[in-house]
Design a protein around this ligand. Structure first.
Ligand code: NDP
Ligand code: MG
Length: 384
């Protein structure tokens, strides 16, 4: 069990659930960060009494500093403060910000040799090679919080490693529009797209689940986390979200990890690892009540974002970074009512095709690729 944590993105869906887990397990919370929700961040600061609170922008930090003046909690603002929040206060950092904003603080935590409980999948999608290499060099542990990757990690742990791994079987519910064609969902409203049947999550990942981009991001995340090739990962649609993922071994054995769909469980495991601790909060899995579990092949022709992500995974270089940044922009435009649902995959594909993807990777190339992809989406969104 970790001795203390800091939580990046404490005001978000994973962040709030992490604080609840920490409270239940009595893990001290040393630092927290938020972006726009200052009221909740203040409430969390008063409840958990961290040493440090970070707000993304300086003006927000100023306001919160005044609001928390009576508490003795230090407040910082900006990217530098976010990296500090990740690296300086606790032995484990839960990275639960959304989007590529997670990359810089994750690198800071790696350099400080912290355990990283990684929820922020975009970090590995855009810079997986670099992040994993640096973590290995610095001896920083990266433990997955994403439920599928936590499942794979647990299967591999049970087997003592990946020596005889044949394939990762990555499960996905298929999202709220499973079985529908792109034509049928082209103009769905944001409220429908964010209503996931099994999981309650932040807006961006909910839209990603509806386009199946989330499964594509997870495909790339799994490649980097577990050091496997695209051919060693197979996506399987499993609408009940009870099997969180599986590992097939070379002798034909398949190991699966099952549980109720509740993010508190993978969050807790990343904090308690290598131990397992009681989870009073989660209901027990009742397979007899469920009756049956079902599985389908994903229909790639109806899931252009998943197909694109698999293609970017094979291309390597900065292709996945371009895709992920373009997707972030496109989803934000969709949520703001400025792009229709069906155009998300189209504009992200165009960004990947039009924005030159370097074959090698450096932090500088990745940042350039990220900026170019976002610019492309903003400049071209009116055409869709
Ligand atoms: P939310 O949108 O609910 O929360 C995002 C958090 O990040 C909030 O605290 C937000 O602050 C903060 N934030 C947003 N933008 C920035 C920025 N530019 N700089 C710094 N902080 C920022 O997201 P989720 O909790 O759903 O997801 C977080 C991450 O975890 C994502 O990468 C997602 O893919 C991954 N994940 C989420 C799962 C889930 O069940 N939700 C499951 C598996 C993975 P504020 O709210 O104050 O504006
Ligand atoms: Mg997931």
């Amino acid at each position: 069990m970790v001795g203390s944590i800091s939580v990046l993105g404490a005001t978000g869906s994973v962040g709030r659930q992490t604080l609840a887990v920490a409270e239940r397990l009595r893990i001290p919370v040393k630092a927290i960060s938020g972006n726009s929700n200052l009221a909740l961040l203040e409430e969390q600061a008063r409840r958990f009494r961290p040493e440090f609170v970070c707000v993304s922008d300086e003006n927000g930090a100023k306001a919160l500093r005044t609001a928390l003046a009576d508490t003795g909690v230090r407040v910082g603002g900006g990217m530098h403060a976010l990296s500090d929040c990740a690296a300086a206060y606790a032995d484990c950092v839960v990275t639960a910000v959304s989007g590529s904003a997670g990359l810089t603080p994750t690198l800071a935590a790696i350099d400080a040799g912290r355990r990283i409980a990684l929820a922020n999948k975009e970090t590995l999608v855009c810079a997986g090679e670099l992040v994993m290499r640096r973590a290995a060099e610095r001896g920083a542990e990266i433990l997955p919080v994403d439920s599928e990757h936590s499942a794979v990690f647990q299967c591999l742990e049970a087997q003592g490693g990946k020596r005889t791994l044949k394939r990762i079987l990555l499960t996905g519910s298929g999202g709220p529009f499973r079985g529908k064609t792109p034509e049928e969902t082209r103009n769905v409203a944001p409220e429908l797209a964010v209503a996931h049947p099994n999981w309650s999550m932040g807006a961006k990942i909910s839209v990603d689940s509806a386009t199946l981009m989330n499964k594509g991001l997870e495909f790339i995340e799994a490649m980097h986390l577990f050091g496997v090739t695209p051919d060693e990962i197979r996506v399987i649609i499993h609408p009940e979200s009870v099997i969180h993922s599986m590992v097939a071994y070379s002798d034909g054995c398949v190991m699966a990890q099952l549980g109720v769909p509740d993010m508190a469980l993978p969050i807790q495991y990343a904090l308690s690892y290598p131990d397992r601790v009681d989870s009073a909060a989660a209901p027990e899995l009742d397979l007899a009540a469920l009756g049956k579990l079902t599985f389908f092949e994903p229909e790639l022709k109806n899931a252009p974002c998943l197909a694109l992500a698999m293609d970017c995974a094979r291309r390597g270089g900065t292709a996945a970074a371009v895709m992920s940044a373009a997707n972030e922009e496109a989803v934000a435009l969709f949520l703001a009512g400025r792009l229709c649902f069906g155009a998300i995959s189209e504009i992200v594909s165009a960004a990947v095709a039009e924005t030159a993807a370097a074959e090698t990777i450096s932090l500088e190339l990745l940042r350039d690729a990220d900026a170019a992809a976002r610019r492309f989406v903003r400049e071209n969104c009116r055409r869709y």
